[in-house]
Design a protein. Structure first.
Length: 554
């Protein structure tokens, strides 16, 4: 009975369901489901690290990707709908990052990369301007001002003459590998540089995380240049002197510490070590500086060139071969009949004529006009004098007498005899004479020089006076020169022509027998000279104005 009831209930239920279906809107039944086609994901994990913040990305992705799951390596994960993620690590360290790419088909690919994150930034370094710039080097000092929150591992300078922004290792580099403390200056030298060249230089530093960091701005400097010197001709070449024109073309950098002219008669390549030299003080660039060469040898060829001395001691010479000149022949040594210098107490006649000096009443030796000791004769004005014996050579047809005197005073006798050619005992055989006396017309001193003409050798007769009045300064050296020829006599004082005297006849008396005395006249009227005498020269010809000047300047 229960079975029949259950059967009837089932039939009623089915019928009711059919009625409901008939009464609602009709449904479209789904078609038969098909299997999805998937491609396994792939790609490359890239990172961009900025201290502890990292930008992650999957680049070059392919395949079917439905899900992107990130594992940042520190138990922190996330899922993104895109292929990138940004993450900031709470602490510095080394992390292995993973990203898993998957799809609903069950395909899965995991990409990974180990990264290091840190608070480190670029260090900071400064560079001072160069010092000790030379032709081939320059020195610098760099200072670290920040480590960039990490240990410094390398620092130094990089420099270039071609790149305005030099780079480490790409350009010339001087460096130290190791640590460096803040504010601890370090010195570096750029070496093997080219002279007179513009260079660019930067300091740099690396720390253990990042680098290099460069100093700013880029420093520029120019290496040193060699000085350039030259000569520009020679002038006023005399027997013992000449003038050279020195020219400074370029002072150099660093500037030379010494300039000048070196010269030699023994080598055609004079240098500062084996030759004479004359310095030039503070020459101006491009300007001729006159350099006087002195104490030259007459009738001699000299070679000369300009030089500049560097701070290092190196010598730079003017370009090209040394220039040359030849001094004039010393005519003042020609036709001498007597030459007494008194140098080193010498009384000898250097002319070769035997007119040596003999001393009377102990004259002494003293300093000459150049300060050389025992190189002049001192006469006390009270009986000391000296003389040369009479000889034919002291009675020439033409005559020049040059003597240096240093009078102290004119004695009470009123005259001071410089020289006198006559016999001391009685004034016989007079020929020529010279003395100092007070000026009769006022202040000053007259130099009175005389020669005899037409006297028939009688004492006191035929004297022809050549007077020269000048303000002769006592206690100073003066040159007095007499020249005579024919009917003309000339007097020079300190190298300058003072008097030209015409004479009545054209010959000097020949009165043999009298000695040539210096500092005394005659026994009964001696007029002793009080002072010093030096450098006596007697010629058998007339000296020219220039020759007198040469003797004065010697």
């Amino acid at each position: 009975m229960k079975t029949i009831s259950a059967y009837i209930l089932s039939i009623l239920t089915i019928c009711l369901a059919g009625a409901l279906l008939v009464s609602c809107d009709p449904w479209d039944l789904p078609t038969r489901k098909t299997k999805r086609n998937c491609v396994k994901p792939s790609g490359t994990l890239t990172t961009k690290i900025q201290q502890r913040q990292v930008d992650f990305a999957v680049e070059g992705s392919s395949g079917t990707i439905d899900k992107v799951q990130w594992d940042f390596g520190n138990n922190s994960t996330t899922v993104t709908s895109g292929l990138s993620a940004k993450y900031t690590y709470p602490t510095s360290g080394t992390y292995t990052v993973k990203v898993t790419l998957s799809n609903t088909c069950g395909d899965e690919t995991t990409l990974s990369q180990t990264i290091v994150v840190s608070d480190a930034v670029l260090p900071a370094v400064t560079l001072q301007s160069p010092t000790d710039i030379s032709l081939n080097s320059a020195s610098f000092r760099l200072t670290l001002t920040s480590t960039g929150n990490a240990t410094i591992t390398r620092y130094g300078i990089c420099y270039s003459s071609s790149s305005g922004i030099p780079e480490v290792d790409k350009d010339r580099t001087a460096d130290v590998k190791g640590g460096l403390a803040i504010n601890d200056p370090k010195s570096f030298t750029a070496l093997s540089l080219e002279p007179n060249t513009l260079y660019y230089v930067r300091a740099f530093a690396y720390n253990e995380k990042v680098g290099p960091a460069y100093s700013t701005p880029v420093i520029t400097f120019r290496t040193g240049s060699l000085p350039s010197v030259a000569t520009n001709g020679i002038s006023n070449v005399a027997t013992t002197t000449a003038n050279v024109n020195f020219v400074l073309n370029n002072a150099g950098s660093p500037a030379a510490v010494e300039y000048g002219i070196c010269y030699s008669s023994s080598t055609n390549a004079p240098d500062v070590n084996n030759s004479s030299k004359v310095g030039v003080t503070s020459p101006s660039v491009g300007t001729n500086t006159l350099v006087g060469l002195t104490s030259l040898t007459p009738n001699t060829t000299y070679f000369y060139r300009a030089y500049a001395k560097l701070p290092s001691g190196e010598i730079i010479y003017s370009l090209g071969p040394a220039q040359s000149f030849t001094t004039q022949a010393e005519t003042v040594t020609q036709d001498l009949v007597a030459s007494i210098s008194f140098t080193d107490r010498s009384l000898q006649d250097a002319s070769g004529n035997g007119n040596h000096v003999k001393l009377v009443n102990n004259p002494t030796f003293t300093e000459d006009r150049k300060g050389n000791p025992n190189s002049a004769i001192y006469l006390n004005g009270q009986g000391s004098y000296f003389y040369m014996d009479d000889s034919e050579s002291l009675n020439p047809d033409a005559l020049s007498v040059s003597i240096w005197i240093k009078p102290i005073a004119i004695t009470s006798a009123g005259r001071a005899q410089i020289y006198n050619k006559s016999r001391f005992s009685d004034s016989a055989h007079e020929v020529y004479s010279s003395l100092l006396k007070p000026n009769e017309n006022g202040t000053g001193v007259t130099v009175m020089t005389n020669i005899k003409q037409g006297s028939n050798c009688q004492a006191g007769k035929g004297w022809q006076d050549i007077a020269m009045t000048s303000n002769v300064e006592f206690n100073k050296w003066h040159q007095v020169v007499l020249t005579y020829s024919g009917n003309t006599a000339r007097m020079y004082y300190d190298g300058t022509l003072i008097s030209v005297q015409p004479l009545p006849t054209n010959s000097i008396d020949k009165c043999r027998g009298g000695e040539l005395k210096f500092g005394a006249q005659v026994q009964f009227d001696p007029d002793y000279f009080y002072g010093s005498m030096d450098d006596i020269r007697i010629y058998r010809r007339v000296l020219s104005d220039n020759e007198v000047k040469i003797l004065f300047n010697q």
